[in-house]
Each structure stands twice: as C-alpha cells, then as structure tokens.
Design a protein. Structure first.
Lengths: 304, 300
C-alpha cells in the first residue's frame, strides 16, 4: 500500500465509527423485535435459522473458502464484509445452493437450515430456493411487465387467485407501490436502477421466503437509491431474515445486527487465495472492539 | 515529464492532430466507400424485385390463382393454382417438422449440452449440413423416401425440412446466447426449475430473434427447386394430399417454364416468380407483426 492511500483512509473511517455508534443506539432503542441485538453480544434468545459447520467450497481442485463456522439468527440482518475475493459471495450462495449452478463448484461441510443440512442428498435445491430468496448485485428484472415480474414466483407455485392483492402487497412491502401503481402493465425495464432493484426485492418477497440473501444489492446504485434500499431492509427485518454481502463497510455498520469479516489467505505453495472467516460478532463489536487484528486493520482502513 | 509539457503547447497539438488534413481525407474516403458499398448491394436487390414485378404483374389475373396448369405450356391460358397451393403445403409441412425439432435442438445445445463433446459434435454437424447443396439433400430424400413411397408433397417437405433444420438450430442458438444469464439466475433464485425457466423466461425473451431465424429458414426453403424436382414430381392438377401422388410448386414451375423457348411459358415463369416473392414477403411481414405483438404482450 502506498504512502498516500494510507494517509487518506483513516479520515474516511472516522465516519463508519460514528455511524456505528449512532445506529447501535438507534437499533437498540428502536423496534421491539430486535431485542438489543447489536448491544448484547450474546443475544442467544434469537432463534438460529442457519448453522454453518466447517464449510469448505471448492471450484474444481481450488479451495475458494475454508472452515466457515457461523450461525444466522432469525429476523436479523447479518452482513458479510471483506476484501475482494475473500469468498463472501461464495459463502452467501451456499445458503440457497446457487453454487450448484456453477460448473465444478463443490461444497463440503454442513449448512443446517432449521436442523436440516441443505447439502443432504435428499434435499431438492429448487425447494431450498423457494424458501430462501435472493437479490443480485445487478438489478435483473425479467423483460416483462412490472406486474408479471412480481407475479412470476406466485404463478410458479400455482397461485392464480388474489394475484392482484399479492402483487400490491409485495410492492408495498418493497416501498415501490406508489411509484409504479399506475404503470403495472408497463415494462419493468423502464424503471430506474434503484426502482429495478426494489422490484427485484419485491419479486423475491412475493414468494414469501423466510430468508432473503442480498449479494451487494447496492453496488450498482447511487447513494440515494442505496439509502432507500437500506431503509427498506430495516422494515423487512420485521418479517424476514436477511443476509447481505457488501463491499461497503459503512453500509454493514448502518444496517446489520451482526457482521462476519472474511479475508483471504495466500497459500504459500500454490500461490492461490483461499477465503476464510476471521471474526463474527455483533456489528458494533466488529467495528468498535474487534478481537482480531486483521478485522481491526480492515475496519479502520489500514488494509483492503 | 514536466519539461515536456511546458515546452509543447498541448492544446495546439490536440488541434493539429484532430484537424490534420490526411486524417480528414481518410475519414471522408472511408465514409464514401461504406455508402457506396451499401448502394451497390441495394441496386441488384431493387433491380431483381423491379424486374420480377414488371415482367410478372401481367400474369396475375384471378384465373392465375384458381385455375389448373395448362395442358400445353406453349399456349397462354390456365393458371398457377396447384403450384401456389403446392408451395404453401410443402413449405408448411416442412416447417411443422423442422421448426419444433430445430428449436428443441438449439435449446439442448445451448441450455443443456454447453461445451460438452456431444453438443460440439452436433453443432459441427449442423454447420456441415448448412453447407450441403440442396440437390444432394433432394437425392438423399429420393433414395430413402421417394423410391419406396413414390412422389408426394411429403418427400419434398422432408428435403426442405432437412435444409431448414440446421439454419433454425444455429440461429436459435445464437438468440439463446443473447439472453443474459442474470435472467436465468433470477428465475432459479425464485425456485423455478430449469425446464420451466427455459419456457417462462428464456424463450419469451428470445422470441423475436427466434421468429426471425425461422422466417429466414422458411423463406430459403420456399424458393428451393432442386430437392423438389426429385421428390414431388410434376402434377398439372391440384393435389391437396400430402402423402399421396405427385404435386408441383412455384419454384419447379419457374424452372420448367423458363427453360422453354415459348413466350407464353416464359411469361408464366415470371408470374410464378412474382408470386413466390410475394408469398415470402407476406410471410415475413406476418412473422414480424406476430412477434411484435407477442413482444408487446410480454414487455408491455
């Protein structure tokens, strides 16, 4: 790292620290359904949705991520942060078995979802994805009408009645209804990037999943659209468990209850990089009193 | 580095480079060349259509569409009804066979086969088939079908289907390639199965392109002569049966009539040519309208 960047960065990290403190207090004193999630490190009261045990992910012979152990709690927002290539998106895709679609990808270890291993032979990945929704980095609405985008999932499930109500409810939940209610039959491609991303969230919600995975949902959006998505996440937390991968530390600090920090290790013999989980704790702890030096270096901007 | 910038005036340099005479001359020459190429390409096309129109329009009376072919080609009279119906019937039968097969084949190649060995082999064979001369396809169908079952519209349709199939496979595969993977992922993430993703997302998104490819194949097949000469024979009267007995087509009539030294027959060939062009033209427009309507319904 060069001289100039290392002197620039600490100024930037003043802000996340400040926002952590602010969000921690506001979350703690805010909605009742997050019982002091960010202030109490233990918070064992929250039900565990996912229990990840010794997860390794391989692409062919290459081990992309090793030894991930963590638990995801119900109706919380869990953020995965870390430098590029640390495997945070790879781990996220293990939660809805989207890794199955990548040729050569192989998963070892267990991802227990309410006690059932998602990688059990008897588990149908399609059924997994009906319960665990996903929002992608780039907004990817179907080239269909707004209405048809939202109704897509319910129609698959054979739901033909009350589609109108369902669509309206999903759009309201995604804070998009007022903007699109007069043009439901118009193409979704005509929406702005931020609206498209909220449409994708609405589309995921319409299937009524328990968990929503978000893979850098704001990285293609401007700050205003980003703020709207972040607000939306706070509202959705009342009903859904949310996992978010983000490059943006401030975002993790602002929205999440818990944060997992991943990093890369260079394998000395093969010159490849393997991602690993460094630290997983309540968000305010990760940002204010991390236990691992690598976490501290990352969140204070000295590395990555 | 600093010295260099101080010594040369950057703005001056920029102006000189962008307005340099030789650059402008080359730019102009390239533009003229491209425009000229376009005109050269359009001229024969316009001439062909114009010529066919002028020479053939006189033939298009009501009788032309309804009457049977004349018994004696050297005299004027009669119509082209059996050939028009024959062309439509044969092309339609060929399309019914080739379009579903071709689209399903392309779906296999792109969505399932990928870069596997089988898919690569099929793709290669399709490319080879695109290059097979139509007369060879006609001979092939003559040997495997016509010898055993006699002349019929179906034999011609078989040959045309063989010609259409590789075109449909390759154009459809290209269109499927254009559908972004993000859409497939979005569909899978909603708990949609693969076959249903193809039916509900991939095919609707590529419908317009696939229609164009299919139309290209149909237009090509409708004008084929060589494979039909072997397989459908030469009927003079209307034959509505697909499997039974010889029939005729516009392309075969053009071929036959144009070869004769008689003026009436040659005029008939021009009329048939115009009718064929018109049929292909109308089919293409119809396909455009249909695909635009479908696209509107989907993308509204």
């Amino acid at each position: 790292m060069t001289e100039s960047t290392s002197t620039d960065l600490p100024q930037e990290v003043e802000e996340p620290m400040a926002t952590v403190a602010a969000s921690a207090s506001s979350v703690g004193g805010g909605p009742a359904m997050t019982p002091a999630a960010s202030s109490d490190p233990a918070s064992i009261g929250a039900e565990v949705v996912f229990d990840v045990r010794d997860l390794d992910v391989y692409y062919g012979a290459f081990r992309a991520v090793r030894d991930v152990n963590l638990q995801i709690h119900k109706k919380e927002i869990t953020a995965f942060i870390g430098p590029s290539g640390c495997g945070k998106s790879t781990v996220l895709r293990c939660f809805d078995r989207m890794n199955d679609l990548i040729e050569g990808a192989r998963v070892e270890g267990k991802v227990l979802y309410h006690g059932v291993d998602l990688y059990d032979d008897r588990v149908d990945p399609v059924e997994v994805r009906k319960r665990i929704g996903m929002v992608f980095q780039k907004p990817n609405p179907f080239p269909k009408s707004i209405y048809d985008n939202i109704a897509f999932g319910p129609r698959l499930a054979g739901n033909k009645e009350n589609l109108d109500d369902l669509v309206e409810r999903a759009l309201r939940q995604a804070a998009l209804w007022d903007e699109v209610k007069d043009r439901l039959k118009k193409s979704a491609m005509g929406l702005s990037g931020g609206q498209q991303q909220r449409l994708c969230i609405a589309r995921a919600i319409a299937v009524e999943p328990e968990v929503i995975l978000m893979d850098e949902p704001c990285s293609a959006l401007d700050p205003i659209a980003t703020a709207r998505i972040e607000d939306l996440m706070q509202e959705l937390k009342a009903e859904f468990t949310i996992l978010i991968v983000t490059h943006n530390m401030q975002q993790a600090a602002r929205v999440s209850d818990r944060t997992a920090f991943f990093t890369t290790e260079i394998n000395s013999h093969s010159d490849t990089r393997t991602g690993c989980l460094v630290e997983y704790a309540p968000t305010n702890k990760i940002f204010s009193a991390p236990e691992d030096e690598r976490t501290e270096n990352y969140v204070t901007g000295r590395f990555g | 580095m600093n010295d260099l910038i101080e010594r040369t005036d950057t703005g001056e340099l920029l102006l000189r480079d962008t307005t340099r005479r030789s650059r402008r001359v080359r730019n102009r020459l390239a533009s003229i060349w491209m425009t000229g190429s376009l005109i050269v390409a359009v001229v024969p096309l316009a001439l062909v259509i114009g010529y066919v129109l002028v020479k053939g329009i006189g033939q298009l009376t009501p009788d032309w569409f309804t009457k049977d072919l004349p018994a004696v080609t050297r005299k004027a009279g009669g119509g082209m009804g059996p050939a028009i119906v024959g062309t439509l019937l044969i092309t339609l039968t060929a399309a019914v066979m080739a379009v579903p097969l071709g689209i399903l084949g392309a779906i296999y190649l792109h969505e399932y086969g990928g870069r596997g060995r089988v898919a690569r082999l099929i793709r290669f064979m399709a490319d080879v088939m695109t290059g097979v001369p139509s007369i060879v396809m006609g001979l092939f169908v003559y040997t495997v079908w016509t010898i055993a079952h006699g002349l019929s519209a179906f034999g011609g349709a078989l040959a045309l289907a063989c010609l259409m199939l590789p075109i449909i496979i390759r154009t459809t595969e290209e269109m499927l390639k254009l559908v972004p993977d993000e859409l497939r992922l979005a569909s899978y993430a909603l708990g949609n199965r693969k076959w249903r993703t193809i039916v509900t997302v991939v095919l609707p998104a590529s419908f317009g392109g696939i229609t164009s490819g299919v139309m290209l194949a149909i237009a090509r097949a409708a004008g084929e002569t060589a494979p039909l000469v072997f397989t459908i024979g030469a009927a003079r009267k209307l034959n509505l049966s697909i499997f039974d007995g010889p029939t005729t087509s516009l392309s075969v009539q053009i071929f036959g009539n144009a070869q004769t030294p008689f003026e009436a027959a040659q005029a008939r060939a021009w009329g048939a040519a115009l009718t064929l062009v018109a049929i292909v033209f109308i089919l293409t427009i119809l396909a455009r309208v249909v695909s635009a309507a479908v696209a509107r319904r989907h993308n509204a």
